[in-house]
Design a protein around this ligand. Structure first.
Ligand SMILES: Cc1cc2nc3c(=O)[nH]c(=O)nc-3n(C[C@H](O)[C@H](O)[C@H](O)COP(=O)(O)OP(=O)(O)OC[C@H]3O[C@@H](n4cnc5c(N)ncnc54)[C@H](O)[C@@H]3O)c2cc1C
Length: 372
């Protein structure tokens, strides 16, 4: 193993030890304790691809992917915090100038927590309908608007807010303790219940101009897509993790529980669920690996590969979690069981970072461009 791969394995072991069997308790409580989140942030494990030069673990996208799947298998809420923080760190790497990278990447890799805010009540799938405004005046920048369903914002020190900036768009790093910021938890989400989804209201929030990331005035769609691509790949790996957790729980149960005088796994209709889970996990993993390789190699094709991976992995996670609940039946039909949690969490993966329908529209557009 390389030194970096060693660090990825070390990170996975550390998260396993931290989560233990607590994910279901966190899910029911709707919160991951601060004394879990903060040390992981301090160790750089919420965005472990931040380069070593900025104090991060410096994982490649391929290594980050396997680590993300590992966390996704343990706790989708924690994986959601990683996805959000990783998107913010990636945005700083892609859009920030040198001073911003030095300041914010270092903070994000050594203890600060962050979330990313695109969506609004009137702008979900159609982010071009965004109404949040960002204006710059000399050495100040002002942000006004209301963002919804901002994953991780209940834990966040910083929220990366996207908005309109003249005829284009911009992204601003907003401290959650700045005057004019109000964070209000989403009550009782269907899944990923401990991921801290919240509404973030910004009432004329005034900040020093250094909070405005580079790229201000670029087309909003370009800004959003560059950050969403990271999120899509991260969510796809998280779904691989869920598929692994479901395949493992279903196989272990089917191998030991007997009905009609033999293990469930030997009843062919039950075995079919296990076979389908196996193929789903393998195929989703290969699509994620492919996208990560393209990302690490700097190929522009990583954008479409990330959409394909996310769409496939999310739909398979929904089907796979449903199969796993079916195999466990009453044993898995209780809050607090890993397959029951996956069943609720997986559905949300078909909504976020571009819903299944939006992913299909993007892939259809790509297909026409490719084949005609
Ligand atoms: C768990 C969770 C976490 C989230 N985290 C974040 C976050 O961290 N940051 C953030 O900014 N946002 C976040 N969101 C918001 C998320 O990005 C939006 O919910 C998503 O973009 C869909 O928007 P919407 O819910 O308004 O649905 P709508 O846009 O109203 O869509 C409703 C349905 O119509 C379909 N639809 C819409 N337009 C089309 C079309 N043209 N063709 C076909 N079908 C279409 C959609 O696919 C969907 O099935 C989160 C949401 C959830 C549920």
């Amino acid at each position: 193993m390389t030194a970096v791969a060693d660090r990825a394995a070390e990170a996975a072991a550390r998260v396993s030890a931290t989560v233990g069997t607590a994910a279901d308790d966190w899910d029911r409580a709707g919160r991951i304790p601060d004394d879990v989140v903060r040390p992981l942030a301090e160790a750089g494990l919420l965005c472990p691809d931040v380069p070593a030069g900025f104090g991060g673990p410096g994982l490649t996208m391929a290594e980050l992917g396997e680590f993300t799947a590992h966390v996704g298998a343990l706790c989708s809420s924690l994986r959601s915090l990683m996805t959000s923080q990783g998107m913010v760190a990636w945005a700083v790497r892609k859009l920030g100038d040198q001073a911003q990278q030095e300041q914010y990447l270092r903070r994000l890799a050594t203890g600060a927590t962050a979330a990313v805010a695109f969506s609004e009540a009137g702008a979900g799938s159609d982010l071009s309908a965004m109404g949040t405004t960002i204006t710059a005046d000399g050495d100040r920048v002002e942000v006004t608007g209301t963002k919804v369903w901002v994953t991780g914002s209940a834990y966040a020190d910083l929220v990366l807010v996207f908005g309109r900036y003249g005829a284009g768009g911009a992204a601003v790093l907003v401290p959650t303790d700045a005057p004019g910021v109000t964070v209000t938890r989403v009550a009782d989400p269907l899944g990923c219940r401990a991921a801290g989804h919240s509404e973030v209201r910004l009432d004329g929030v005034v900040l020093p101009a250094g909070h405005l990331l580079g790229g201000a005035g670029m087309p909003l769609e370009w800004l959003v897509t560059s950050v969403l691509t990271y999120g899509r790949l991260s969510v796809a790996w998280g779904c691989v993790g869920m598929l692994r957790a479901c395949a493992s729980a279903a196989a272990r149960h089917a191998a030991t529980r007997e009905q009609f005088g033999k293990p469930l796994a030997e009843h062919q209709l039950v075995g079919r669920h296990l076979a389908e889970l196996h193929v789903a996990e393998q195929a989703a993993t290969r699509l994620c690996e492919h996208a990560a390789r393209l990302w690490d190699g700097g190929s522009p094709d990583h954008v479409v590969a990330a959409v394909s991976a996310k769409h496939f992995a999310a739909t398979q996670a929904v089907a796979g979690a449903s199969s796993a609940v079916q195999v466990l039946a009453s044993a898995g039909a209780v809050d607090g069981h890993v397959v029951a949690r996956a069943y609720r969490d997986a559905k949300l993966m078909e909504i976020i970072e571009g819903s299944s329908e939006i992913s299909q529209l993007l892939l259809a557009r790509h297909s026409v461009a490719r084949w005609t």
